[in-house]
Ligand binder design. Structure first.
Ligand SMILES: NC(=O)C1=CN([C@@H]2O[C@H](COP(=O)(O)OP(=O)(O)OC[C@H]3O[C@@H](n4cnc5c(N)ncnc54)[C@H](O)[C@@H]3O)[C@@H](O)[C@H]2O)C=CC1
Ligand SMILES: O=C([O-])CC(=O)C(=O)O
Length: 340
C-alpha cells in the first residue's frame, strides 16, 4: 500500500518537473494575419508551449478566444495595442515570433516591402528589447535580409544584443526545396534534404543541390529547379493574385522552427535548422548575417555550419547572393541609424 502510494508520488513528481521544465511562453506579434493565425493554431497544438500570447494591432483577442477552446493544455491570451498590451504580451516570453507586416502583391519584390515593414519591425523590436531582452526572436516579416539587421541594431542600441538569440526564419526555403526536388525525382519529400544558404529573397536564396541526394542533376533540369526554389515565393504571390503571399506553408515552417528551438531549449542535442543569423562565415567580406545550417542549443545558436563543399555553378550563385545580401543588410542598418 505504502509502496503503491510512493510510486504514484514519484510519478506525480516526475510529471510535475517535466511540465515545469517544458513551461514555455511563446509570443506571436501579428497573430491575426494570414501567417499569424495558422501559426498560432500550430503552436496551440504543440505540447511544449505552455502559454501562447497573441498580439496584433487588430484582432488579437478574437483569435486568442477562438484558439483557447482547443482542448490542449496551454493558455492563450490575446492583446491589443492599448495600454500595456504589447508589453504584457512580451513579458516572460521565451520565444517571440514576428510575422507582423505587409505581404507582397504581384510585381513586387520583397525589398519593396521595406518602407512599410522596417518601421513595424523596428518598433516591435524596441518593445521586445525592453520587455523580454533574453527571448529568442524569430523574424518572419520581409524583407528578412534587412529586418533581421534592424532588430540587431535596435538591441545593440539598448545594450541587450545577443547574436545567439536572433533568427531570420528561412525554413520555408528548405521546406520548398525538399518538396520541389521530390516532385522532379518522384521521391518522398520527407526523405529529401537540400541545404539552402544565403538569404531570403530571389538570388540570395542559394540551394546546394550538390549536397542533396540528387547531386547529379545538371543542365536545364538543375537550372529550372534552382530557379523554382529561389522564386517559389513569387509562385504563391502570383496564384493569390493580390491577396497576399505564402501563409499556410509559412505557418508550418515557422512552427517547425519554433519547435526545433524548444526541443533544443529542453535539452535535445543535435537539433539543426537552416536560419539567417549573425554569422562569422562572410564577415571578412563585410557581410554580418548569413543563412546556413545552425545547431541550436538552450541559449540559441550553438554552432554555425559552414557552406561546405560546393561546385563551380554553386559558387556563381553564392557570389551573386553575397553582392545582394551586403546591400540588403546595410539598408537595414542604415535605416535604424537614420530612424532610431
Ligand atoms: N520569412 C518568410 O519565409 C516569409 C515571410 N513572409 C512575410 O510575413 C509578413 C506577414 O505576412 P502575412 O501574414 O501574409 O500578412 P497579413 O497582412 O495577412 O498579416 C500581417 C498582420 O500583421 C499585423 N500588423 C501590422 N502592423 C503591426 C504592428 N505594428 N504590430 C502588430 N501587428 C501588426 C496586421 O494587422 C496583420 O494582422 C509579410 O511581411 C510577408 O512578406 C511571408 C511568407 C514567408
Ligand atoms: O514571397 C513572399 O513575399 C513571401 C515569402 O517570403 C515567401 O513565400 O518565401
Amino acid at each position: 500500500m505504502f509502496a503503491a502510494r510512493r510510486t504514484v508520488n514519484l510519478f506525480q513528481k516526475r510529471a510535475f518537473s517535466a511540465s515545469a521544465i517544458n513551461a514555455s511562453k511563446v509570443a506571436v506579434l501579428g497573430a491575426a494575419g494570414g501567417i499569424g493565425q495558422p501559426l498560432s493554431l500550430l503552436l496551440k497544438l504543440n505540447p511544449r508551449v505552455s502559454d501562447l500570447a497573441l498580439y496584433d494591432i487588430r484582432g488579437g483577442p478574437g483569435v486568442a478566444a477562438d484558439l483557447s477552446h482547443i482542448n490542449t493544455n496551454s493558455t492563450v491570451t490575446g492583446y491589443n495595442p492599448d495600454a500595456s498590451g504589447l508589453r504584457d504580451c512580451l513579458e516572460g516570453s521565451e520565444i517571440i515570433l514576428i510575422p507582423a507586416g505587409v505581404p507582397r502583391k504581384p510585381g513586387m519584390t520583397r525589398d519593396d516591402l521595406f518602407n512599410t515593414n522596417a518601421s513595424i519591425v523596428r518598433d516591435l523590436a524596441k518593445a521586445a528589447a525592453e520587455a523580454a531582452p533574453k527571448a529568442h526572436v524569430l523574424v518572419i516579416a520581409n524583407p528578412v535580409n534587412s529586418t533581421v539587421p534592424i532588430v540587431a541594431e535596435v538591441y545593440k542600441a539598448r545594450n541587450v544584443y545577443d547574436p545567439k538569440r536572433l533568427f531570420g526564419v528561412t525554413t520555408l526555403d528548405v521546406v520548398r526545396a525538399s518538396r520541389f526536388i521530390s516532385q522532379v525525382q518522384s521521391t518522398n519529400p520527407s526523405g529529401e534534404a537540400v541545404p539552402v544558404v544565403g538569404g531570403h529573397s530571389g538570388v540570395t536564396i542559394v540551394p546546394l543541390l550538390s549536397q542533396s541526394n540528387h547531386s547529379s542533376i545538371a543542365g536545364q533540369a538543375r537550372d529550372a529547379l534552382v530557379n523554382r526554389i529561389q522564386f517559389g515565393g513569387d509562385e504563391v504571390v502570383k496564384a493569390k493574385d493580390g491577396a497576399g503571399s505564402a501563409t499556410l506553408s509559412m505557418a508550418m515552417a515557422g512552427a517547425r522552427f519554433a519547435e526545433s528551438l524548444l526541443r533544443a531549449a529542453q535539452g535535445e542535442k543535435g537539433v539543426i535548422e537552416p536560419t539567417f543569423v549573425d554569422s562569422p562565415l562572410y564577415k571578412d567580406q563585410g557581410i554580418d548575417f548569413f543563412a546556413s545550417r545552425v545547431e541550436l542549443g538552450p541559449n540559441g545558436v550553438e554552432q554555425i555550419h559552414s557552406v561546405g563543399e560546393i561546385n563551380e555553378y554553386e559558387q556563381g550563385l553564392l557570389d551573386a547572393c553575397l553582392a545582394d545580401l551586403k546591400k540588403n543588410i546595410q539598408k537595414g542598418v542604415d535605416f535604424v541609424k537614420a530612424n532610431p
